[in-house]
Design a protein around this ligand. Sequence first.
Ligand code: SAM
Ligand code: CA
Length: 256
Amino acid sequence: MATNGKEQRTRAERHQEVGHKGLQLGKESQHLLESDALYQYILEISVYPREPEPMKELRVLTAKHPRNLMATSADEGQFLNMLLKLINAKNTMEIGVYTGYSLLATALALPDDGKILAMDINRENYELGLPIIQKAGLAHKIEFREGPALPILDELMQDEKNYGSYDFIFVDADKDSYLNYHKRLIELVKVGGVIGYDNTLWKGSMVAPPDAPFEKYVWAYKDFVMELNKALAVDPRIEICMLPIGDGITLCRRIK
Ligand code: SAM
Ligand code: CA
């Protein structure tokens, strides 16, 4: 439908009202939505009122931590929790735990005999959230391995029984290793199972001009994320779906 100038102005004004800031390049944030107000709306109408108490407690605790920007956002936590239930996941893996928000979202979604092999180079941060996971009666589902993920994956690859054994794998760690993880994870996830690579929109940096005001670490990893995205896009062993939730997550469903 054609719009006249008056209607267009009104729309622009409305955008301003909800805090429209274009791509918000360089903004330190947990979401990519153009409108902060719209994001807030999602949180308030759909996420916070239904957020399980332990997840809320962990989110509040993590918010006080100096590296809290690393945490999975509440809406992405809700998404992961639902996805795991939809696919009836039972045996899962997580690379990159931090204080455990996505881990808790996963543990809550799995059946009582479900398993999560969780790995992180930093045990201290995991232990910050652990009492909340224990209090929720979920710790028995988690096997935490401290250390870099790659050697742990190589160890898993030594045993035939691990091949094709994972229903879901969430990767949220060192972005420069994702392609190396993928080489291994594609063998470990079962056909029909899902790998979720997190932060694949990398704050929008891939479409940003070179003078966009990102922190150094964003530029440092941008090319690795772009390489990953290109490789996943042409990988015939998977179907993919790139979602703009959180900082972007690419779901890869193994098909062969
Ligand atoms: N999924 C977490 C959550 O929901 O809060 C956030 C993970 S945070 C973005 C990334 C984590 O990856 C950090 O805790 C970091 O210690 C971990 N990490 C970095 N390099 C790693 C590696 N080579 N192997 C395993 N973990 C690594
Ligand atoms: Ca992440």
